[in-house]
Design a protein around this ligand. Structure first.
Ligand code: KG4
Ligand code: ZN
Length: 337
């Protein structure tokens, strides 16, 4: 079954065609990073407008690269939640019109379910059940994936996502957007123990995260240093921050795996591209005899191939939308229909 998927939840306009959930026939991503860079983060209205301008070309390119015609497509999939609502609606409207015109089903896909599915494309033998750590610009979750469409949230951030902390710390340091990539680049050669940084713990919820205190501490540190005319050691600051985020995520994920007796672990989301996180998790997973699955770097960030992969399993479980499908800025991963 060939599924054409559209992803437009943030600042990537993407279309991909994937066969039977595992084989990528084409995967086209138009990234708006260069446009939003100027503002230090994504400007929602600009993102929506760019999606409208680019979506037609991106879909056409995905068809050409897969050497297919529209009539070869069996179903259209689309990210319908969560995300920037205007951005989501551009992709959703296009997808609905395409499916209606071709008289084929439309499959709604939750963005974070898609991030997990990036791993089904990286390792075609990976199957649930497993435990996943999803870390993106807007979300940080530990999730038990029971089946392809049945999830239980084990832990979540109480405030900012890990990616949000990367983006804001990068911005205050003047390193640019997207923050994770810039922090990682600038951390090279820095001392991970140069700054003593907080890791928030919750007595009643040991697998929940909080990154807002860390983010504020970093911002205050930078402002205070500048006001006192103290020189900022960027590599040390970036390395200490990167290490603290990676350690927080790793400790909680490994503790959750041990607590729930899980030995199949999956990393997902834009922050999954972080080398220190990938290395730290691989080492700690090895220590508890767990197998760690990590998406290939090209599938960590937003793309439509992961949406098409997840869509295949949504379709098999009967999740097909009607023409009144709407977009939602927020939607829990375990509750969507
Ligand atoms: O999943 P994603 O592409 O978009 C959302 O769904 O939010 O994640 C984007 C986030 C951004 O916050 C970005 O700074 C972060 O992923 N990111 C990274 C790295 N590459 C992207 N964070 C840490 N290290 C990286 N190498
Ligand atoms: Zn994402």
């Amino acid at each position: 079954m060939k599924i054409l998927a559209i992803e437009s939840s943030c600042d990537e306009t993407a279309c991909a065609i994937v066969e039977d959930g595992r084989s990528i026939l084409s995967n086209v991503v138009y990234t708006q990073i260069a446009i939003h860079k100027e503002y230090g983060g994504v400007v929602p209205e600009i993102a929506s407008r760019k999606h409208i301008e680019k979506i037609g070309d991106v879909v056409q390119t995905a068809l050409v690269e897969a050497k297919l015609n529209k009539k070869d497509i069996d179903a259209v999939a689309v990210t319908y939640a969560p995300g920037l609502i205007g951005a989501l609606l551009t992709g959703l409207s296009y997808a609905k019109a395409l499916a209606y015109g071709l008289n084929i089903p439309i499959i709604p896909v939750h963005h974070l379910r898609g991030h997990i599915a990036a791993n089904y494309l990286t390792d075609i033998y990976l199957e649930p059940p497993f435990m996943a750590l999803i870390v993106s610009g807007g979300h940080s979750h530990i999730v038990q994936v029971n089946t392809y469409t049945d999830y239980k949230i084990i832990g979540r951030t109480r405030d900012d996502a890990a990616g949000e902390a990367f983006d804001k710390v990068s911005r205050v340091l003047g390193l640019g957007y997207p923050g994770g990539v810039q922090i990682e680049k600038n951390a090279s050669g820095g001392n991970i123990n140069a700054l003593k940084l907080p890791i928030t713990e919750f007595e009643d919820a040991p697998f929940d995260f909080s990154f807002s205190g860390l983010k504020t501490k970093m911002i205050n540190y930078v402002h205070n240093s500048r006001q006192s005319n103290n020189e900022l050691n960027i590599p040390d600051i970036a390395a200490s921050f990167n290490y603290t985020v990676a350690k927080t995520l790793t400790d909680k994920f490994i503790n959750a795996a041990k607590h729930y007796g899980q030995n199949k672990l999956v990393l997902a989301g834009g922050v999954a591209a972080n080398t220190m996180l990938r290395d730290m998790l691989a080492k700690r997973a090895g220590e508890i005899d767990a197998k760690l699955h990590i998406p290939s770097i090209s599938l960590c960030g937003d793309n439509a191939a992961m949406i098409a992969s997840q869509a295949y399993y949504e379709y098999l479980s009967g999740n097909i939308a009607s023409e009144d499908l709407n977009g939602y800025a927020t939607m829990p991963i375990d509750l969507c229909e």
